[in-house]
Design a protein around this ligand. Sequence first.
Ligand code: ADQ
Length: 486
Amino acid sequence: MARNDSGASFVVVANRLPVDRVTDDGGEVGWRRSPGGLVSALGPVMRKADGAWLGWAGTPDEAPAPFEEDGMSLVPVPLSETDIELYYEGFSNSTLWPLYHDAVAPPVYDRRYWDAYVTVNERFAQAAADVAAPGAVVWVQDYQLQLVPAMLRDARPDLRIGFFLHIPFPPGELYLQLPWRREILEGLIGADVVGFQRPGAATNFRRLCHRLLGYPYRGHHVDLGSRMVRAEAFPISVDVTELVELARRPEVQERARAFRRELGDPDWLLLSVDRLDYTKGIGERLHAFSELFADGLLSPGEAVLVQIATPSRERVEQYRRLRDEVELQVGRINGQLGQLGTPIVDYSHSSYAREDLVALYLAADVMVVTPVRDGMNLVAKEYVACREDLRGALVLSEFAGAADELHRAFLVNPHDIDGMKRRIMEALRAEPTERARRMRSMRRRVVEHDVNAWSADFLATLDPHYAEQIHITEPDTGRGMRNVKI
Ligand code: ADQ
């Protein structure tokens, strides 16, 4: 590994490593960087800082030795088949995920899940304690690892520890359901900085620390007496440089035109891209969109909604059921309201290459992002980043974190079907100058606050001296880009 014997000065701890195992045509097994913003944000920091990334490598009951990939030191943490069932699918995705998303599905409270969560968090904390250099900066990611900060501080009080929650943090009325509500808060306050997507989530957290643990809070800080924990919003963003570079490629623009042709050159192409998850509001959106045809406001051939639903958590029964429901709904809508060869919803349940996703963003007149609850929603920001031509329109749920920043979207309440129908029609009918005005304002925000600015802000808050030392506050690694038009 590229770090010295005393350990890594920067450590990222996440449920997953930022790579996927791939087998080439000759049967050779290797690793490929997974798509996604987190690795593009932290990769440069990792390389500059001699960092290590700890996480599960993706195959149960297997822990490859630490290895180097793409200039990063990767340290696999093993998970058994039972850990995956109880800690990951259980406590993380059947307890915390629904509870933190407004309990839109009933959370499952199972003591076996909790026990596994504690055990696996201990394993991650121990692994981090083993690789971190004296005084290192450690950044723990997301809801699967909320106990790690306190466990790690116990083992290594010399470290500077940050935590970032990618999903919402609920208000007291919901959070108090959790049988292990104190333990989770005690885990999180092991960090020096706890980051959230939205200011409201940080407020929920500070209030709960007071209510359940008795700690006073002032401004952004929870006062533990012996030290301060800073709890604040750091809204995550996208890799604008990468997206703009792709969107400018002639072959990607040609692909966008080809998509429209393949769909019969409709007047209006609407697009939705979501992980197939019950928080994403897919059913409500399909309902609203189909009623526009039933009401005669739109007709087949005139408008089509491309719904991409990325496979997700397919081993969990609830997710398999959701897939069946969505596919049944799409079939019904097309059967009742489409015409042969001219569906009104074009549905695909698969993953796409980054280039194809960008081509779809360029092809779409209106992007429809209507989760019932979402920490941020990167798809909305990706769409905005790609539309340098200022010609697209965004319909966005008020319940996505992105709505805090993208005020000039056509904002909707996804539970209000009539309201959603009205806003979709407004977006479709908006004059080009109106669309451009809205898009320009949204792009300014996304370009100026890209994913590099996000990580730089967080790390500069966590440890200003360290951030300066590894130069992550330099303008070319954050605060937007000189080469992008807004
Ligand atoms: P997710 O719930 O996964 O993330 P989102 O923010 O929309 O949701 O990110 C999805 C990512 O996957 C996007 O980068 C998108 O481009 C990509 N993607 C989606 N469908 C794809 C497909 N078919 N093929 C290829 N790529 C696809 C969680 C939280 C969010 C929060 C993020 C980051 O739930 O609220 O924004 O973490 O913090």
